[in-house]
Design a protein around this ligand. Structure first.
Ligand code: AHR
Length: 519
């Protein structure tokens, strides 16, 4: 095999580019005249639930020397801040079906302790609504609250809206003030139940017609409290009849339709993991058909509802997604939901996010399940914490993805099976001064030569600079642990001319961002 080694020295970083005649190639054509769709920044949300050590013993620990005056674990908070999440969903998940928000307000000593009938343990409710809002403020995220439809009433949900958002001289708004919060919390995003179809849960509905009947009552009472709130209704990407009926009947008030996408590989093999994410293409295709059949905005909505109907197209809320490796037998803790994610999982998260980006026109928001300890990017012990491999992917995509998805064409030189190793998307800034190619080389063994051809650059613009950020670990089995991180990031600058394709070598098992500045 003929090999040519080129040593490039760029601002103290040395990179060895190795080209071989057998090297696999991927040619990317980025044509600025092609369609682009806005990527909602809310696709980078996170989810927290009263489940195992996610909240208590994870993000919140009043008795820890590591916590601040609010009881927030400072080491964890710093890491959550680093994740730069724009949206935080709370308090569940399945647990909402037994959760009464009034238990978590006011002086902590008066708050009732309740058995967590869903996930086990006891919830002392010391982390309640105000603490959640404080946490959102600390991390700069919009709060997203989910209401209990199973054992609570529409009136209870409506009171929660008043407690959070009320500005008048009325009971629940005044109670919030009495609790020390003069200004409203302004919670914009609300979920009407969670997985209400799930037969094994204690849900009251579990039948789409009942869900429609019940959710109308919740929606009406909540919207009458605050007409500006945005609502997520329960959908299902497997039971399409459920989603179709919800859209048919609820579309005038449904801003987002929730679907949950967990990769649950049937074994612990890397290729099984990747295929489990490919399978979600079918879910997106099905949801696209349903959303395209839904009116773009609600018409002929009676003014007697006393609140305005939806004005923008219904979008998906993928308000739980992630990797739930339940068949690996490696989960720890209650319900075996504490996993150590390896570098293969981190690459798989990139595949997930590329899939989201390709379907950006459909997705309004998404929240990774969950945040600390449970299916999580951050793990804790009593005196320490660490970032899992998947943390790298979540953070890197949040830092590098620009405002709009630009459709691209990818041509590869390998067999169909091999071609799956390259997974690429492109995004551009609104003013088209920047372009980012997010490229995964999913092959654990082989490098890929990526050739990027820019076509129809916006009028008068040319390449000013190109930067490559590449994330890699020693192997796809590599894991992080307390005091040990396996991932390294290399940043390099590349010289190129606007008229010529850019050649970049993607090392095996890497997450890469090629950032073009245009002038
Ligand atoms: O994230 C764990 C659980 O998964 C959530 O409580 C539930 O909504 C989903 O089934």
């Amino acid at each position: 095999m003929k090999k040519l080694l080129i040593l490039i020295l760029v601002s103290q970083i040395s990179i060895i580019y190795s080209y071989s005649q057998n090297e696999k190639k991927a040619n990317i054509s980025v044509d600025f005249s092609r369609n682009n769709q806005a990527i909602s920044p809310l696709i980078f949300g996170q989810f927290v639930e009263y489940l195992g050590r996610c909240i208590d013993g994870g993000m919140y620990d009043e008795n820890s020397a590591l916590s601040d005056k609010n009881g927030f674990r400072k080491d964890v908070l710093l890491k959550v801040q680093e994740l730069q999440t724009p949206l935080l969903r709370f308090p569940g998940g399945t647990v909402v079906k037994i959760y009464h928000w009034q238990d978590g307000i006011g002086p902590k000593t008066n708050r009732p302790k309740r058995k967590n009938l869903i996930w086990g343990g006891v919830n002392d409710n010391h982390f309640g609504t105000a603490e959640f809002i404080e946490y959102c403020r600390e991390i700069g995220a919009e709060p997203f609250l989910v209401v209990n439809m199973a054992t609570a009433t529409p009136e209870e949900a409506s009171n929660w809206v008043e407690y959070c958002n009320g500005t008048g001289d009325t009971y629940w708004a005044n109670l919030r003030r009495q609790h020390g919060y003069e200004k409203p919390f302004n919670v914009k995003y609300w979920g009407i139940g969670n997985e209400e179809y799930a037969a094994t849960d204690i849900g009251r509905d579990q039948n789409v017609e009942k869900y429609i009947e019940d959710s109308w009552m919740f929606v009406k009472l909540m919207k009458l409290q605050d007409t500006s709130i945005k609502l997520t209704l329960v959908g299902n990407s497997i039971d399409l009849k459920w989603s179709e009926r919800v859209l048919q009947e609820m579309h005038p008030v449904c801003d987002f339709l929730s679907i949950h996408l967990y990769s649950i590989p049937s074994n612990s093999g890397y290729s099984t993991l990747l295929s489990s994410i490919d399978a979600f293409n079918t879910d997106f295709d099905a949801m696209r058909t349903l959303l395209e059949a839904t009116p773009q905005k609600a018409e002929n909505f009676s003014s007697w509802y006393r609140f305005p109907p939806r004005q923008a197209p219904v979008k998906l809320a993928i308000d739980e997604w992630g990797i739930w490796d339940m068949n690996s037998g490696k989960g720890r803790g209650d319900y075996q939901m504490e996993y150590t994610y390896n570098w293969g999982h981190a690459l798989a998260v990139g595949k997930f996010l590329n899939l989201f980006q390709r379907n950006a026109d459909l997705i309004g928001l998404a929240t990774w399940a969950q945040t600390v300890n449970v299916l999580a990017p951050i793990m804790t012990s009593r005196d320490s914490s660490f970032k899992q491999t998947v943390f790298t992917t979540l953070k890197a995509y949040r830092q590098n993805t620009l405002a709009n998805n630009l459709e691209i064409t990818v041509k590869t030189s390998g067999s169909n099976d091999w071609n799956k190793n390259i997974d690429v998307v492109a995004s551009t800034s609104d003013n088209r001064n920047e372009l980012v190619i997010s490229a995964l080389n999913l092959s654990a063994q082989e490098a890929i030569e990526l050739n990027i051809d820019l076509k129809n650059l916006p009028e008068g613009k040319h390449i000013q600079s190109i930067q490559l950020s590449s994330f890699e670990a020693p192997s796809i089995d590599s894991v992080n642990d307390f005091g040990k991180e396996c991932v390294t990031e290399t940043i390099s600058t590349i010289k190129a001319k606007s008229e010529e394709p850019v050649h970049i070598q993607l090392m095996p098992a890497t997450i890469n961002f090629v950032r073009f500045k245009l002038q």
